[in-house]
Design a protein around this ligand. Structure first.
Ligand SMILES: Cc1ncc(COP(=O)(O)O)c(C=O)c1O
Length: 391
């Protein structure tokens, strides 16, 4: 058998297990609607929680930046790709997150990998929640540090590892703020306290909390009233901010260190200026238009109530639709079997609703699910249609 046949065999295995992935081509986007194959669908699987990706001010900001700087940045930030707009965005992010400094990366994935691998290595330990995002896990694996995982939100398990880790030079705890596939929140007050007690560095990935949680949309730390309690605050510009890119916010030493040590920061072309301009505009809109966040949370409550009242949804999710646990716009409808999750997703698609099935390895074996996300752009009618379709 030649090399490519081996790859084809692996693909066949994925197909048989219901784990084969393929791309759907979106032909256009308008508010919560997408056009696919000439037909309009209501999208219930986007992370554009505040509908900013298509906001007229966002489009204008991108156009103006392209006019002034062009599209590409031509080199890495440390060569010739750094602009005043990158720095202005970093300064805005410091204001937003309440930190001394911030650093922008071309994606949230790179921010996570680039930060964990810079902070720890051989002789150190990194400890993470079992359901952390793949980019954090990849950072932990690549770092060369000893990597320990604790059960989801199990602070006692975390403390057990910390207690037995005094021989390590550095200890790093990493957790999602909002868990991306489950929508629940990390028990941060307890984790912050443990990090202090055991002198561990604490990194929180707030990809899904940024712009969404807290009175001013500053994220999971604002939600808990823990500003200042976390050493490394990671976020993305790609979800509620409606754009592309990732960032890390923290003290000046941390950020200077990352500029010097983070390979995914050093060895890649700078984020396009248009993406920076868009993120700056998004931060302004988040500050000036709280009505968007209010609309989002109205929709979260509306869907939550609809799911709670049953209306047939639970029959699809005997193993774990934990509606009362939902604390974010992410609703996991756990089906279990991968093929069944895909079948349900396809039956919704036939009814004009787009909810992607999430399967291993993104989630654990036996927990394939529909990951429903609501945004500020949905109407109650759209949500009603989804609830009825689930029946
Ligand atoms: C929790 C979490 N962290 C990081 C990322 C990566 O962010 P980005 O899509 O900006 O690379 C994602 C997005 O999938 C995520 O859900």
């Amino acid at each position: 058998m030649d090399k490519l046949q081996l790859i084809e065999k692996e693909l066949q295995g994925l197909r048989q297990a219901g784990l084969y992935r393929s791309l759907l081509s979106v032909e256009g986007v308008e508010g919560p609607f997408v056009k696919i194959g000439g037909k309009r669908y209501v999208c219930f699987c986007s992370n554009d929680y505040l509908g900013l990706a298509g906001h007229p001010r966002i489009k204008r900001a991108a156009q103006e930046a392209i006019e002034r700087y062009g599209w590409g940045t031509g080199a890495s930030r440390l060569v010739s790709g750094n602009t005043t707009i990158h720095e202005a965005l970093e300064s805005d992010l410091c204001g937003f997150k309440g930190t001394e400094a911030a650093l922008v990366f071309p994606s949230g994935y790179m921010a996570n990998v680039g930060t964990v691998t810079a902070l720890v290595g051989k002789g150190d330990i990194v400890i993470g929640d079992r359901l952390n995002h793949a980019s954090l896990i990849d950072g932990c694996r690549l770092s060369g540090a000893d990597f320990r995982v604790y059960a989801h939100k199990d602070v006692e398990g975390l403390e057990g590892v910390l207690r037995r880790s005094s021989q390590y030079r550095k200890r790093l705890i990493v957790t999602d703020g909002v868990f991306s596939m489950d929508g629940d929140l990390a028990p941060l007050p307890h984790i912050v306290e443990l990090a202090k007690r055991y002198k561990a560095i604490l990194m929180v990935d707030d990809a899904h909390g940024t712009g969404v949680l807290g009175k001013k949309g500053k994220g999971t730390l604002e939600h808990y009233g823990l500003e200042g309690g976390v050493d490394v605050q990671m976020g993305t510009l790609s979800k509620a901010l409606g754009g592309i890119g990732g960032f890390v916010a923290g003290n000046k030493t941390l950020i200077e260190y990352l500029k010097n040590r983070s390979r995914p920061f050093i060895y890649t072309t700078a984020l396009p200026v248009a993406a920076c301009a868009v993120a700056r505009e998004a931060l302004k809109i988040i500050e000036k238009e709280p009505s968007r966040r209010e609309a989002l949370w109205r929709n979260v409550r509306y869907l939550k109530e609809g799911l709670k009242s049953g209306r047939g949804v639970l029959q699809y999710a005997p193993t774990g639709l934990q509606v009362p646990e939902v604390e974010s716009p992410i609703f996991p409808i756990v089906i279990g079997d991968a093929k069944e999750a895909v079948a349900l997703s396809m039956s919704l698609f036939e009814k004009g609703l787009w909810v992607t099935a999430i399967r291993p390895p993104t989630v654990q074996e036996g927990t394939s699910r529909l990951r429903v996300t609501v945004t500020s752009e949905h109407t109650q009618e759209h949500i009603q249609t989804l609830l009825q379709a689930l029946v």
